[in-house]
Design a protein around this ligand. Structure first.
Ligand code: KG4
Ligand code: ZN
Length: 338
């Protein structure tokens, strides 16, 4: 078992990544982040696809070299089939298919959203895996989802965003304040110095466990326009308080839905993933919930929270042991539900 080497490839959005796993251990996890999108304030699909084409070969070579593995030693190749940007997914999918064909080894397709959740099962001294059943909340620039996880491949989406992802809510709010992309980490930084109750923004009225963040963005826009008309320096003079209040509103929305999911299921193990899991505010709120509500919370190592191939590799490995392979007819799938 422990001598099975899996090569994993992730190219669903704007990060080209390749990883080599030996059983549940990560030997290498190389991520090429595309800087080109920064100047546009968001991911440009055409440019992402082109950058993946340029990055994929060197990134795979680096992953193999860092793992000190020759490609002839590989047992299987796992790749992200979807969901994601079609042009981006195509690059990883085509590459994985050709390499598996060339090496005559099994090909394993992976759902990116399942991978964010199963990243908790990567063996690493800095993280602990939850036990089944648990609730997973994936929060990033592309996703906002609460999933009930009964087993590795027994997942039920309980709620998801109807419009913007939570990371987008952070980034778009930051953009309105004139902060560079991605603004999430900056809002987090300034929020630490501000008063979260300084301004109030309306929370969206969305039934059940679904989310909506586009209304919040609009109300922040109107608020900033109104205040800036009265005082042109309003934003710069009150940056910390605005960031703290915006972040507080977003966290209230996330925590309220999580609490509802806990009440509905009686499950108190909460596993968080995605880039927004880096937010210090959400980490604080989860700690509070551990103390006050008896929750048990889990956050993977940061490099396994953001888009990465190691999480594709752990799913690949689980499927490898099940003999769950795909054939050369497999095609990328931009919309691909859990
Ligand atoms: O998972 P990720 O690297 O990429 C995908 O979206 O797939 O997540 C990036 C998102 C961005 O929206 C970024 O602003 C947000 O995560 N983010 C944060 C923080 N760090 C990253 N948002 C709030 N606070 C942070 N500390
Ligand atoms: Zn992702």
């Amino acid at each position: 078992n422990s001598k099975n080497y899996i090569l994993a490839i992730e190219s669903s959005c704007d990060d080209t990544s390749a990883a080599v796993l030996c059983h549940t251990k990560v030997l290498s996890n190389v991520v090429a982040t595309q800087e080109i999108h920064k100047q546009y304030g968001g991911v440009v699909p055409e440019l992402a696809s082109r950058a993946h084409q340029q990055n994929i070969v060197p990134v795979v070579h680096q992953a193999l070299a860092k793992a000190n593995i020759d490609k002839k030693q590989l047992s299987a190749i796992a790749f992200t089939r979807g969901p994601g940007l079609m042009g981006s997914l195509l690059v990883g999918t085509s590459f994985a298919k050709s390499l598996a064909l060339g090496l005559n080894i099994p090909l394993i397709e992976v759902n990116h959203m399942e991978a964010h959740i199963l990243a908790h099962f990567i063996e690493d001294e800095s993280q602990t895996a939850p036990t089944f059943p648990f609730l997973a909340m994936t929060i990033s620039g592309g996703h906002t989802q609460i999933v009930k996880v009964s087993d590795y491949f027994e997942m039920e989406v309980m709620g998801e965003t109807l419009d913007d992802a939570v990371g987008e809510a952070f980034d778009k709010s930051a953009k309105l304040m004139g902060l560079p992309y991605p603004g999430g980490p900056l809002i987090d930084k300034y929020a630490k110095l501000g008063n979260p109750k300084a301004y109030t923004f309306p929370k969206p009225k969305v039934d059940g466990l679904n989310f909506s963040f586009s209304g919040l963005k609009t109300s922040i826009l109107y608020f900033l326009q109104r205040e800036s008309q009265k005082n042109p320096d309003f934003i710069s003079q009150n940056m910390n308080d605005i960031c703290a209040s915006v972040q507080f509103t977003i966290l209230e929305i996330l925590m309220e839905k999580l609490q509802m999911a806990v009440e509905q299921t009686g499950i108190k193990q909460i596993a968080i993933g995605g880039g927004v899991a880096a937010n210090s505010g959400i980490r604080g709120r989860l700690k509070d919930a551990e103390e006050n509500l008896g929750w048990q919370t889990f956050i993977p190592k940061f490099e396994y929270c953001t888009d990465n191939a190691a999480m594709i590799g752990i799913v690949g490995l689980l499927k490898f042991y099940r003999g769950d392979f795909t054939d050369q007819s497999v095609a990328a799938k931009a919309r691909y539900a859990i």
